[in-house]
Design a protein around this ligand. Sequence first.
Ligand SMILES: CC(C)(COP(=O)(O)OP(=O)(O)OC[C@H]1O[C@@H](n2cnc3c(N)ncnc32)[C@H](O)[C@@H]1OP(=O)(O)O)[C@@H](O)C(=O)NCCC(=O)NCCS
Length: 217
Amino acid sequence: MSEEQKVKVKTRLPVPPPLIAERKPIHTERLIIRPMNEAYLDGIHVLRTQPEVMIYTVAGRIDADKEVTREFMSRFLPPYDSQSYGTMICLASTDEVIGTGGVRVIDPNSGWPEIGYTFKTEHWGKGYATEWMKGWLSNWWTLPRSEVEMEVDAGSVDGPGESPEKIWAVVEGGNIGSKRVLEKLGFRKFKQWTEPDNREGFPDKLTLVGYVLSHES
Ligand SMILES: CC(C)(COP(=O)(O)OP(=O)(O)OC[C@H]1O[C@@H](n2cnc3c(N)ncnc32)[C@H](O)[C@@H]1OP(=O)(O)O)[C@@H](O)C(=O)NCCC(=O)NCCS
């Protein structure tokens, strides 16, 4: 496990975020970033049955069936929309779902919100993750906020007390594409650690890298 030193900070977070019924799609040059919607279950199931994608997720394996995908989606749907901010990423030209992304938990008890994202393999390398993250972040930073006090990883801040709000990401050391996306968006690496890796066919140890992005304004 990561050796976590925690410090207490006073910051701001979008708690609670606007509920899903109040959210609007975000339009970027090539994408429509939609609030999670069960009507898109089939498209998300296709994404979540691609082994090359799922190996990099918390689950570490493909969804066994549509019920597992439905359970994944439910974490972003009512009543959990008061604690999460997840999106489906669709091509503006066809409305095909090509990815998912957002934060699963917005709760001061969990530290900084952790951003996660997945894209179908046939759409990798076209700049979509970068385009989504730019659009998603610009929306995220405009949500109404409340003051919160919380404990966060000491390396993610300058010290205890008042802190600009942050968002963080955890990436496998070998996931060059994901690290590159984060760095292009201004995230900085602040820690690296190893954990046992239980995935079949992988070395026993998994190297993880923590990145953080600060909202300075
Ligand atoms: C990681 C992931 C989201 C990237 O999506 P994407 O749409 O291909 O990303 P983008 O095209 O916006 O940017 C990828 C960048 O990484 C670079 N890159 C990708 N693989 C690379 C490699 N092996 N070596 C060097 N650079 C690489 C690309 O060149 C691009 O950088 P550039 O714009 O400077 O050229 C996608 O591969 C994915 O869904 N992977 C599986 C799930 C995952 O890893 N999620 C993140 C978990 S933290």
